[in-house]
Design a protein around this ligand. Structure first.
Ligand SMILES: [Zn+2]
Length: 261
């Protein structure tokens, strides 16, 4: 089999931004994706003079900065995101995290406004979404912009060692061992939120699965985490490829994105 050279991380981050917009998890110019370079520096999606929203992100907008947002290759015309401390403080607190996605998806937002917690509701319907929620999804109670380092540190403490976090009246944070993994987790978290919301709209009360079944998915997540740390979990690569193909087909067809609700 021919070896395929890995694409530059800047390209992967740009694709992740366009994909999140395509799926409606980010709107207009909000939301960002980053990747750790080492224990002080990261690559992060910035805004340039031709900024036109995440759906149009190109790799040039992905810049090398330190965890406080200082440009390392000269700022040029690019501004770092207002909420850069989300990324910097999570990288400082979690050496295992290699990538962070911050999105503003609708169902997750509405769940926080209704006071609906994201619980392990379903099982094999979407095992990886399930694995995210099996120990509960932490909720950051502040609805403000995360623009100061202290607020970012508070958010990182709320996240703890969990893979994802939901921000009340704001959005979501997903982490991973790669940009692909963090992006897929952001999508899966929104799937869980949309099903939680659907149950509530139908007048039902979300009921978590049994402790025995929850334990099954906890073990599944631990196995995946080990695989991802070692060489990247295949399931995330496959799911990433699935979505990126859809995105590419859409872009070739001239359809920028799915309608945002
Ligand atoms: Zn935000």
């Amino acid at each position: 089999m021919t070896e395929v050279a890995p694409e530059p991380v800047e390209e992967t981050i740009a694709t992740a931004c366009r994909l999140l917009a395509f799926l409606g998890l980010v709107r207009e110019t909000t939301g960002h994706v980053s990747a750790r370079l080492d224990d002080q520096r990261m690559l992060i999606r910035c805004r340039g003079q031709l900024e036109a929203g995440l759906v149009h992100t190109q790799a040039e907008a992905v810049r090398r900065v330190d965890f406080d947002g200082a440009h390392l290759d000269g700022a040029g015309s690019y501004e770092t995101p207002t909420e850069l401390p989300i990324h910097g403080e999570i990288y400082r607190a979690r050496p295992d995290v290699r990538a962070v996605v911050h999105a503003h998806p609708r169902a997750s937002l509405v769940c926080t406004l209704l006071g609906l917690e994201l619980q392990p509701l379903f099982g094999a319907f979407d095992p990886n979404a399930m694995a995210l929620s099996v120990d509960g999804v932490p909720i950051f109670p502040r609805s403000i912009l995360v623009r100061e380092r202290a607020v970012g540190a508070e958010l990182a403490r709320t996240l703890g060692m969990k893979p994802v976090c939901i921000l009340r009246g704001h959005g979501t944070v997903a982490t991973g061992a790669s940009v692909q993994e963090a992006t897929i987790r952001a999508i899966q978290l929104e799937t869980l939120a949309s099903i939680t919301l659907e149950i509530a709209r139908a007048g039902g009360r979300p009921q978590p699965i049994s402790p025995e079944d929850a334990e099954y998915f906890r073990r599944l997540r631990e196995t995946q985490d080990r695989k991802a740390q070692a060489h990247g979990a295949d399931v995330f690569k496959w799911t990433w490829r699935h979505y990126v193909r859809l995105l590419e087909d859409s872009e070739r067809g001239g359809v920028a994105r799915l309608p945002v609700s």
